[in-house]
Design a protein around this ligand. Structure first.
Ligand SMILES: Cc1ncc(COP(=O)(O)O)c(C=O)c1O
Length: 373
């Protein structure tokens, strides 16, 4: 028998979450952001679930090529643009739209020989200070781009640093609008947090939204709001089984470094999942875990291939009991159970994004078709 650890990808959840993005930004078109190999879900596995998107946004040309091989003929946007002048040949060949965020990328375009002029997304740095032209250089970049025969359409974009938090987006949105309100072209501003929290305003919504993490069923602003609040469903489940049971006497310890000491007699379960599978080693005692759909907690340090959970209050749990590390659990008394990846991440000092991206290639993955839930 293979090791009983597996990840499930729920195509139905991807479809549902894409619908949520559409509902939050009515009339806008939706880029499904699938960078980082679809946030760790693997592009080829999520494609069917997200094919109702208007386009796919990513940053590796190799991933764009894979989408074309899957027969995706619609728009693909490279959200970091080109890394080298030769990338433009790939953009022409594969029909990719690309972000332009610096002078060097315009220089490359000016040198590029192509029969097919490109659609570019000119990026403004409105305060994130990662990629993009500062507002005072933005218009000049636009003028330069519009004079190039290699370019036939210029859309305008920016990216928010605080759409998920109290600082919000107003200051950046204002910079964006004052700088480019009179320029023609489609607009794209919103990531998941901005789509869910701010896209009711048509000026913020723009023509294209760029949701990423919400499509995979994680909340972009946890713990302020959880995935249930936003009506999102987990697109990835990581599940395993209890492969060993131990009975501890008071004062005995568990695992490497004896991090956890039993305050009283306890029963613990050993689960086939460790940091070599992508489960974070620094998960703290108390990180939630479902055993047969019932909530319990991680205790002791996570090791390479195993972790340990408290079964003291779950007398019915046994060797072979199903363990949900995150995602959709088994039904209990006819009720669906879930364990939010955001909550697990919170106990590990990180965010759901990092956990999903870190799923290890050694984990067996099953893609569930929509009718299987
Ligand atoms: C330019 C851009 N747009 C959209 C996204 C999607 O963000 P999120 O996953 O928070 O929705 C990202 C992700 O970092 C990004 O860099």
């Amino acid at each position: 028998m293979p090791r009983p650890l597996e990840a499930l990808i729920h195509l139905q959840a991807l479809q549902h979450n894409l619908q949520r993005a559409r509902a939050a930004a009515p009339d806008a078109r939706v880029w499904a952001v699938v960078k980082a190999n679809a946030y760790g879900h693997v592009l080829d596995r999520v494609f069917e679930g997200l094919r109702a998107a208007d386009g796919f946004a990513l940053l590796d040309i190799a991933e764009a090529e894979r989408l074309r091989k899957m027969d995706w003929r619609g728009p693909i946007l490279l959200i970091e643009g080109t890394f080298d002048v030769r990338d433009l040949e790939w953009c022409s060949r594969l029909g990719l739209w690309h972000t332009v965020h610096c002078e060097q990328q315009i220089d490359w375009l000016a040198m590029h020989k192509t029969e097919w002029p490109h659609h570019v997304f000119l990026k403004m740095n409105t305060g994130m200070n990662r990629l993009g032209f500062r507002p005072d250089a933005f218009r000049q970049a636009w003028v330069r781009l519009s004079s190039l025969p290699q370019v036939d359409e210029i859309s305008l974009m920016t990216h928010f640093s605080d759409a998920d938090g109290p600082r919000g987006i107003a200051h950046q949105a204002q910079v964006f609008h004052t700088t480019c309100d009179d320029l023609p072209g489609e607009r794209s501003l919103c990531n998941s947090a901005a789509t869910l929290r701010h896209a009711q305003d048509p000026a913020i919504r723009g023509d294209w939204v760029r949701p990423g993490v919400m499509l995979y069923g994680a909340s972009p602003d946890f713990p302020e709001h959880d995935a249930t609040h936003w009506g999102l469903q987990p697109a990835m489940t990581l599940r395993s089984r209890v492969i060993g049971v131990q009975h501890l006497l008071p004062g005995e310890t568990v695992g490497y470094g004896s991090r956890f000491t039993a305050p009283q007699a306890m029963r613990i379960g050993v689960v086939a999942c460790g940091y070599a599978d992508g489960y974070p080693r620094h998960a703290s005692d108390g990180t939630p875990v479902l055993v047969d759909g019932q909530r319990t907690r991680l205790i002791g340090r996570v090791s390479m291939d195993m972790l340990t959970v408290d079964l003291t209050d779950l007398p019915q749990a046994h060797m072979g009991s199903e363990v949900t590390l995150w995602g959709q659990g088994p039904e209990v008394n006819g009720q669906a159970t879930t364990l939010s990846i955001d909550e697990v991440a919170h106990h590990c000092g990180t965010i759901g994004y990092e956990l999903m991206c870190a799923l290890s290639p050694r984990v067996h993955v099953e893609v569930l078709q929509p009718h299987h839930g």
